[in-house]
Design a protein around this ligand. Structure first.
Ligand SMILES: Nc1nc2c(c(=O)[nH]1)N[C@H]1C(S)=C(S)[C@@H](COP(=O)(O)O)O[C@H]1N2
Ligand SMILES: [Mo]
Length: 448
């Protein structure tokens, strides 16, 4: 089989689609829980039983039902209205998520009281199209291209099965994934600038513990040559159509230098098999880089001895606008430094002394210092940073004792500085697609 052939294992579910030839019945009321369960059960792909080895590996993580997304998975049934509308499989309870079309933004108050990691039940989802359901038994990762030994067309793609990857040496990293558009909404609300794209506040980020195989190990087994310069990982979700134009499947070139450094082919998230929405069976984790580099539902990787391009490193994920050439900046790589309070947006707080909590992170490495201002930025005081030996790919938690000077509306500001000295300015440089909003966010609070 060549990489161009359709992959039989994918089953992209779109709103209103059913998986196995059962057309949706317009009389189905999906807000009725019983109906929802029946329809969902009919949609659930039925996979042949896993081998003993695959079974053991999977059940060692979370539930097998959750891993395979069968109708028996209780979490697939808990959000009757949300799942069909968004294409996202997991429940999206309003206390944890803000709906953003095909995406779901985490509410920052949902991190209050959590440990270092973002639990899967509240980890943001950024999907160009619906979450596909993939059978790990027939799934293969294919590597091909001019950057591998054996010159085309004689060369055959090198294939890895799910079990092949599970059988290789595993590594674990704790790293954030953050959408490049995280904070985009503040271009309009704080700076009065119109930008296009999903108007995230700050909840397009999460930290997880990822386990899998080093991409470098797989590239070496596949026979990467010293001439290879770029790789192009591609997802198995359906083609992305932008204003009527079919751009093909989500794929974004990655320089070989980064690919060999610290990139993981992850099959576990926080100790359980990757959930469907986060890339089951295997996704890339590209620490510190723009979220889109972390290709989910990975299907194939082109390895090339020449630079590669896709819409995701040409028309998107560059900076466009004043100060940038017409073709945009260089493709974006690292994320910038940001901070968020673990508070509802428009928080109501009591008068009197209290402790505020938040987190800061940076794609440049460790956060060294966090300061908070409760008077519009006139004066700043240091926050107490809790995670002193912070992981350079994660975030730090901090707290700030505060006694409001009186009732009424306040704005809370947090500003972090990372180990490179990069800090958060008061305004973010405008770019038409609203990427990399790194300015200090003014969090509205009412004290009563
Ligand atoms: N195949 C595929 N991979 C993808 C995407 C996608 O839509 N399809 N979205 C990307 C973007 S833009 C982001 S920010 C991250 C989000 O990862 P998450 O949904 O697990 O939070 O996945 C990336 N990987
Ligand atoms: Mo993203």
């Amino acid at each position: 089989m060549t990489f161009e052939e359709p992959v039989s294992s994918i089953d992209p579910m779109r709103p209103g689609d059913t998986a196995h030839g059962c057309p949706p019945d317009p009389s189905d009321d999906l807000t009725d829980e019983t109906t929802y369960e029946r329809v969902r059960a009919a949609q659930a792909p039925s996979f042949p039983p896993l081998s003993r080895r695959g079974m053991l590996r999977l059940s060692a993580g979370a539930g097998l039902g959750a891993a395979l997304g069968t109708a028996a998975a209780p979490q697939a049934l808990a959000a009757p209205a949300a799942a069909p509308a968004t294409g996202i499989v997991k429940p999206l309870p309003p206390e944890l998520f803000i709906p953003q079309g095909t995406n779901a933004e985490m509410r920052w108050e949902a991190m209050r009281g959590q440990g270092d990691l973002t639990p899967v039940d509240r980890f943001f989802v950024r999907n160009h199209v619906a979450t596909p359901r993939i059978d790990p038994r027939t799934w293969r990762l294919r590597l091909w291209g001019t950057g591998l030994h054996g010159s085309p067309p004689e060369s055959r793609p090198v294939e890895f099965s799910y079990e092949d990857l599970l059988g290789m040496r595993a590594e674990t990293i704790t790293s954030f994934i953050e959408c490049t558009g995280n904070g985009r909404g503040f271009y309009a609300s704080q700076q009065g600038q119109e930008v296009s794209g999903t108007p995230w506040r700050l909840g397009g980020v999460g930290v997880a513990r990822w386990r899998g195989v080093r991409l470098s190990a797989v590239l070496e087994r596949a026979g990467i040559t010293p001439r290879a310069v770029d790789i192009l990982p591609r997802g198995l979700d359906a083609d992305f159509v932008d204003k009527g134009e079919d751009l093909g499947r989500v794929r974004r070139p990655l320089p070989v230098e980064k690919a060999l450094k610290d990139v993981l082919l992850a099959y576990e998230m926080n100790g359980a098999p990757l959930p469907p929405d986060h890339g089951f069976p295997v996704r890339l984790v590209v620490p510190s880089w723009v979220g889109v580099a972390n290709i989910k539902w990975l299907g194939d990787i082109q390895v090339a001895d020449e630079p590669l391009f896709s819409p995701w490193n040409t028309r998107y994920y560059r900076l466009f606008g004043p100060g940038h050439p017409p073709e945009g900046s260089a493709p974006l790589t690292r994320m910038n430094v940001k901070s968020a309070f673990e508070l509802p947006w428009e928080a109501s707080l009591p008068a009197g002394r209290q402790v505020l909590h938040g987190r800061s992170w940076s794609g440049n490495g460790r956060v060294r210092r966090v300061e908070v201002s409760a008077n519009g930025g006139a004066t700043w005081r240091p926050a107490r940073v809790q995670d002193h030996h912070a992981n350079p790919r994660g975030w730090v938690r901090w707290e700030f004792p505060w006694r409001p000077d009186g009732p009424g509306r306040h704005e809370l500001l947090a500003r972090a500085t990372d180990e490179t000295g990069a800090s958060q300015p008061s305004t973010a440089p405008y770019n038409t697609l609203g990427y990399l909003f790194g300015a200090v966010v003014r969090h509205p609070v009412t004290v009563s």
